[in-house]
Design a protein around this ligand. Structure first.
Ligand SMILES: [Zn+2]
Length: 469
């Protein structure tokens, strides 16, 4: 603990210039965000011609009917155009918000609101909550039109949308309710820790965020998810039997097996598991079951359980926890940095004694480049995990000694292809675009790898047979 604290102090010392040096932080943040925007535009420009290709990759030709492929290209192109437009509008809006000092204005407004109700600006935590509510309100106002267009125009046109306007509005209201019910106490505790722990808040805050994540693992399925979706026990039948057998072969602590009404909103499909180490729940989208055979759904779950076997979610969480910790380690220097606030148009009276929430959100903008680089590494890692889970599914028969599972790789390949075709996912992906945006390898890459795993298995078997002779 002392060692960590001394390292933290060292970093803080190195960054102490932040507290005195009047740098043009606003210009810096604006240039960084435009640079990111340019890079993303370049990647889109690389990817865009792929939507005009007339034929699927060689490996997928037999799976794609001409018409399906044409549809997937159209869907991809439309989403890409929309994405570029949305990205540019958000970029201009964000820049305007920065340029015109909207953050400073909102902080002032939050102060005015609480003063009206008899609370002075010494109630910093209260003011911070009102400030965040204002920010969330503004960002919802700008994001709702995009989400309406995406759901009711694009998804609708391509036959995926199952959301009714009523569900859509209720989802937004419920989202706000959850954001408020969870956000206000979390934000208040977060800010209180700063006040309580002073400048040695880093380990405490990391511990708090970790506890909160653990709590959410338990609370989310119990309290939040039922607000949006209906989970019902998966009915008896071939699929249930298969999955239960798979789980027990693997010693997966399966507690509940659910089906979720994903089709209420969209016909995109999926499956996942969650829960505490000793009690796991598997959830399968009704849309996945409708379109795939039980043995293919089983293969999708074999892949998912591969993630569990290798503890991928735990590893991801530890890494992101480490990431949070190291980013937080840079923050103390920015916590009392009047020049930073002044550069974002905060009046000297506020800047002299920076409110924590303001210092923190400005700090977040300042570390954007670090986050972007970390994001690319996280994608790389996530892809590595996907390969591992695919390989796991392919070699399951060897691992468990169950001969009937020897075709699991082929089944997984069929299921992935089916999902891809049904979801009209893009099959032509530029490698650089994919490295930046995608957490999963492309379908072509995965099918190729599955083939390699399968044939390695066959040659291992051949070798064994020869030895036995
Ligand atoms: Zn996966």
């Amino acid at each position: 603990m002392d060692f960590i604290q001394s390292q933290l102090n060292f970093i803080q010392q190195k960054l102490s210039w932040v507290q005195t040096e009047p740098l043009n932080w606003k210009l810096y943040v604006l240039s960084v965000s435009w640079t990111v925007c340019l890079i993303e535009s370049y990647l889109s420009w690389r990817q865009y011609p792929n939507y005009s290709k007339k034929e699927p990759p060689e490996a997928l030709k037999e799976h794609f009917e001409v018409e399906k492929f044409r549809k997937s290209q159209l869907y991809g192109k439309e989403k890409a155009k929309f994405g570029i437009f949305k990205g540019l509008v958000s970029q201009f809006l964000d820049s305007a918000i920065l340029y015109y000092g909207v953050y400073a204005y909102l902080w002032q407004t939050a102060g005015d609101i609480i003063t009206k109700y008899g609370y002075g600006t010494e109630y910093e935590i209260l003011q911070s909550n009102v400030y965040m509510a204002l920010l969330v309100g503004i960002s919802s106002l700008t994001s709702i039109p995009f989400s309406v267009y995406s759901t009711f125009v694009i998804e609708e046109r391509h036959g995926f949308n199952k959301t009714t306007p009523k569900t859509f509005v209720l989802d937004i209201l419920k989202g706000w309710l959850v954001a408020f019910a969870l956000g206000a106490p979390v934000l208040s505790t977060f800010l209180w820790i700063f006040k309580w722990a002073g400048d040695s808040f880093v380990p405490w805050l990391t511990a708090f965020l970790f506890t909160f994540q653990m709590l959410m693992v338990v609370l989310y399925p119990l309290v939040i998810q039922p607000l949006f979706n209906k989970l019902s026990p998966l009915q008896e039948g071939e699929l249930r039997t298969r999955i239960e057998a798979l789980a027990s072969h693997m010693n997966f602590p399966l507690k509940h097996l659910y089906e979720i009404d994903g089709s209420k909103r969209s016909s995109h499909s999926n499956a996942y598991f969650y829960g505490l180490p000793w009690s796991k729940h598997i959830v399968i989208f009704d849309t996945l079951m409708k379109g795939s055979k039980p043995e293919e759904v089983e293969a999708v779950l074999a892949h998912e359980l591969g993630h569990w076997y290798y503890m991928h979610p735990t590893k991801m969480m530890l890494i992101s926890q480490f990431n949070v910790f190291s980013i937080l380690a840079l923050f103390p220097a920015f916590l009392h940095a009047p020049p930073v606030l002044r550069s974002f148009d905060f009046p000297p009276s506020v800047a002299a004694n920076p409110p924590t929430i303001i210092a923190f959100s400005l700090f977040n903008m300042i570390v954007t480049p670090i986050e972007a680089v970390i994001g690319i590494f996280m994608n790389m890692l996530s892809r590595k995990f996907e390969w591992e889970a695919d390989q796991f599914a392919c070699e399951l028969d060897e691992k468990l000694g169950v001969a009937e599972m020897s075709d699991m790789g082929d089944r997984l390949g069929r299921a992935l292809t089916d999902l891809h075709v049904k979801n009209l996912s893009t099959v032509w992906v530029d490698w650089m675009y994919s490295a930046y945006h995608n957490s999963h390898p492309t379908l072509t890459e995965r099918l190729k790898a599955i083939e390699i795993y399968q044939s390695a298995k066959t040659s291992r078997k051949g070798g064994k047979a020869k030895k036995e002779l």
